[in-house]
Ligand binder design. Sequence first.
Ligand code: IPE
Ligand code: IPE
Ligand code: MG
Length: 260
Amino acid sequence: MRNDLGLSAGVTAQDDGVPRHVGIIMDGNGRWAAARGFPRLEGHRRGVKALRRTVRAAGELGVKYLTVYSFSSENWRRPPREVADLMMLLKRFIRNDLAELHGNGVRVRIIGSRDELMPDIRNLLIEAEELTRDNTNLTLIVAFNYGSRQEIAMAARRLAEDAAAGLLDPKLIDENLVASRLYTAGAPDPDLIIRTSGEERLSNFLLWQSAYAEFVFLPLHWPDFDGAALEQAISIYRGRQRRFGDVAAHSAPPSAMTGS
Ligand code: IPE
Ligand code: IPE
Ligand code: MG
């Protein structure tokens, strides 16, 4: 059913209440470790285990896209030792888990700038994306060396380059065209964004894409996250009324907002 604005008003594919796209800001590894007298690296190691559990649970719950924030463009400010540990853990995660992810029909995408990454990591990211490109059960989007402002600036720069080269009429630049130049092109906007550890901020994560996301902030640290915590966040999400500017509730964004 469509109203006068051409917006779909009613039944959608995801009417079972399961968010199609969940974004997670995996925060609190350092505090988890400090509370136990462990080095921060141990918190990050346990964080990888939590990620593994969460990917499985998301697939079982019927989530189609899961975006996890694992290294921000600002995380380079950390001590070099910690940055090196986080690079090492990403490499290990891909090396150890790629076969299983592929076997479970998970498509892996990595978003963020690759320019600052070492060639061995860049090659691993390409390998993971190539191997899993036709999988359709769940798309796991790993935000690594990702910053949303940098992403939006990059999209603007590319559009400007096309316009300057005479390939694009600037009058044609609209929301959908901008979205199509972001790292997340082709993925629906997140319905639910979860942040662990009690912090309530985006820290430069999916600024454009989360315009109408629901936010759930959980007090537990990321290494303690599991399927039950994901279900809890989804149940809070289910209790929310999403309106997308309308007076009535909608279970998904109107098609005019998604470009689909
Ligand atoms: C999240 O945990 C992991 C990354 C940001 C890479 P933190 O390392 O930020 O943990 P806290 O916030 O210091 O506890
Ligand atoms: C955000 O967490 C980045 C990731 C979870 C990868 P931070 O711990 O870096 O964020 P701030 O610095 O507390 O905002
Ligand atoms: Mg943190």
